[in-house]
Design a protein around this ligand. Structure first.
Ligand SMILES: C[S@@+](CC[C@H](N)C(=O)[O-])C[C@H]1O[C@@H](n2cnc3c(N)ncnc32)[C@H](O)[C@@H]1O
Length: 509
């Protein structure tokens, strides 16, 4: 595929959708916020159990995205204008629901969703399909809007996806345990792509039909899917990246395989950790992903490189800083997003964020870079071939060597011992640190070394490698990072302060 066959835009999807041509996509898969009234945090996984999903989701440090909708002055002020821009059907419906439900948080959520559904219908090809992934919180309202936008006769199925088994605190609710998501499946027209031969499930092992004659393809899939588990319920799933609400590859592959053919175009406007895009790439489909956060961009860059060898020159990402002054502005306005973006420059997997020791110095962002040797260029296939277990295992302890990537707005020499300590705690073998401002002298040294075809500067602290943000921006250092593994950390025990280091170190909060 050519690089123009893949693209990612970090932006509000409504702005992007309005720019896209009519009928450009064969499949739209969207997994928007569900109106769950929750804020979702990145989950670091095994190495740091304090940073579990949901526990710190309300602090600024681990926030991935917000799914709490409020009817506030801004929504109220924009509501009339929004109605004017909608086609008559959804406009009447939204106005009626305002009367019926009142101007509250549910209406705010629907006011966000409806204009996007209108645009998604417009960009769908005449034979295209749309799958809206949601849950029972708002699925009945979304279905009304889809009926009014697509026409009720374009509704094909409501798929119930049972995501696994429920245990622990979720099973103790004084209610029936909730255990499914809903996928609303619509097509743009009466004729649509549906590869029936891919919509079968193999017979269970040893299955024999009485009298013979079993269908060799297996059993035709129905609209209740119980055979695919969410990576979230499997504690040792290799697929799990810590992105909250991450969907399983098997689910995405089923949808892409059945509703598109190779070379067709897939759009995911709420891309998150990028499962739909990874499935599209794996199956030779063209794709466009959109997400408003740099965290999602970083996850997707990480997955595209480590699974397919696609570095940033091989698929364009729009909506990112392209020079130092834009990077500085991002660091000032949103230090967390600045950190995720910087991780994405080296294709590191976002792990989490914590506070630095210095009051007011902003967050310390942490990422992971597999330290596998492999040349990622056109001539040589990537060392990590498609389909291999390329992603770092969830519990990285005992896995292959990896590099802890650290991003801070300002990095001081006094921080360096702390970085080594952090790598020890997480089981990383090396540290690569970058910042807008490096310790005195480091910038010049890094520049000189980079000029000689290397990428870093060995800090006085053993095993910590510094790289300037300027260097990261100037050229893609990922191939260099992969070809030339960083020096091993000399993990000399750190002196314990009177309060113990744990109380002072940076780390997820
Ligand atoms: C439920 S998650 C998607 C998870 C994804 N399907 C996966 O498998 O990882 C929803 C995503 O929508 C993004 N998002 C929310 N509002 C958005 C908007 N207006 N424009 C673009 N992205 C948005 C959030 O940042 C979040 O990543």
């Amino acid at each position: 595929m050519r690089s123009s066959d893949r693209a990612f835009v970090r932006a509000d999807n409504l702005d992007v959708l309005r720019e896209l041509p009519d009928g450009a996509f064969d499949l739209v898969y969207l997994d928007p916020p569900f109106n769950s009234n929750r804020r979702y945090g990145l989950d670091r996984g095994q190495p740091d159990r304090a940073f579990r999903r949901g526990r710190r989701a309300d602090g600024p440090w681990g926030l991935a995205f917000d799914d709490a909708w409020r009817w506030d002055e801004e929504t109220a002020a924009g509501f009339h204008g929004l109605l004017q821009r909608l086609p008559p059907g959804p406009r009447e419906l939204l106005a009626t629901l305002r009367q019926a439900l009142g101007a509250g948080d549910l209406l705010a959520y629907l006011a966000m969703m409806v204009p996007r559904l209108v645009e998604l219908h417009r960009v769908l090809a005449p034979t295209g399909s749309l799958y809206l992934h949601c849950d029972p919180q708002a699925s009945h309202y979304l279905k009304l809007f889809l009926d009014s936008i697509f026409g009720a006769d374009r509704f094909r199925r409501e798929i119930v996806w049972r995501s696994g088994w429920v245990s622990g605190f979720k099973s103790r609710v004084p209610n029936w345990v909730r255990n499914h998501d809903t996928l609303l499946y619509y097509t743009r027209g009466p004729r649509f792509v549906f590869n029936k031969e891919a919509a079968y499930q193999p017979h269970p092992e040893g299955y024999q039909r009485r009298g013979g004659g079993a269908n060799p393809r297996g059993v035709a899939l129905d609209d209740v899917w119980t055979d695919i588990y969410s990576p979230w319920i499997m504690s040792f799933s290799k697929e799990k990246l810590g992105y909250p609400t991450q969907k399983p590859m098997a689910l995405m592959e089923r949808i892409v395989r059945v509703s598109t053919r190779p070379g067709m175009r897939v759009l995911d406007p709420f891309a998150g950790g990028g499962a739909a895009l990874v499935a599209a790439e794996a199956m030779g489909r063209r794709w466009l992903g959109i997400d408003s956060t740099h965290l999602a961009t970083a996850m997707i860059r990480y997955r595209m490189l480590w699974r397919f060898g696609l570095d940033r020159s091989r698929f364009p990402v729009h909506g990112e800083p392209h020079d130092l002054s834009a990077a500085r502005a991002l660091a000032r306005n949103d230090p967390l997003q600045f950190g995720w973006w910087t991780l994405s420059l080296v294709h590191a997997r976002p792990l989490g964020a914590g506070r630095t020791q210095e009051p007011g110095a902003g967050p310390r962002i942490e990422g992971a870079l597999p330290a596998s040797a492999g040349v990622l260029d056109d001539e040589t296939p990537p060392a990590l071939a498609p389909g291999s277990a390329a992603e770092i295992p969830w519990g990285m302890e005992g896995g292959p060597p990896w590099t802890l990537v650290i991003v801070q707005a300002v990095l001081r020499p006094a921080d360096l011992p702390d970085l080594v300590q952090r790598a020890r705690e997480l089981g990383a073998q090396r540290v690569l640190a970058t910042a807008l401002e490096l310790p005195a002298g480091a910038t010049a040294a890094a520049g000189a070394v980079a000029g000689q075809g290397r990428f870093g500067w060995a800090a006085p602290e053993d095993g910590v490698q510094l790289v300037t943000l300027e260097d990261l921006l100037r050229r893609d250092l990922t191939p260099a990072l992969i070809q030339r593994p960083l020096p091993q950390l000399h993990l000399t025990p750190q002196p314990q302060g009177p309060r113990g280091r744990k109380g002072r170190r940076a780390g997820p909060t």
